[in-house]
Write a protein that binds this ligand. Structure first.
Ligand code: SF4
Length: 122
């Protein structure tokens, strides 16, 4: 019932336009959830941003970031860099919250796989 001109192969530009918004949302630790076509108002401080949906595949990377933040926080405390301490504490809190979210996503993704095994699936 749809017009026949809608049933044609997409051009590369059309396909790129379709995929572009999804591809451009990928960030270091997951996927950015801000509205399509809007700029990042948080200056790409993804570790502290509630718009980040963390990807459990980046768990090792996030663990490294947390370790690094702890090292920097200890040094900032030792050297009395109080301005730095405040930012590092906020980043560390954000990173630990993202870690908890990653673990929660990872455990919820596993559930349907276990369910299909119970039903005799692969
Ligand atoms: S800081 Fe937030 S809004 Fe900006 S790119 Fe990162 S996740 Fe997206």
């Amino acid at each position: 019932m749809r017009p026949s001109e809608e049933y044609r192969a997409l051009t590369d530009a059309e396909w790129e336009e379709f995929l572009g918004p999804f591809e451009r949302r990928k960030v270091e630790l997951g996927v950015c959830g801000r509205a399509y076509g809007t700029p990042c108002q948080h200056e790409h401080a993804c570790i502290r941003c509630p718009m980040l949906r963390p990807d459990p595949k980046q768990l090792g990377r996030l663990a490294e970031i947390i370790e690094n933040l702890n090292t920097r926080l200890a040094e900032a405390n030792d050297r009395g860099w109080l301005g730095e301490v405040e930012g590092l504490v906020a980043s560390l809190a954000g990173a630990e919250q993202k870690l908890a979210t990653m673990q929660q996503i990872a455990s919820s993704v596993r559930y349907p796989i276990e369910l299909s095994r119970r039903q005799g699936g692969p």
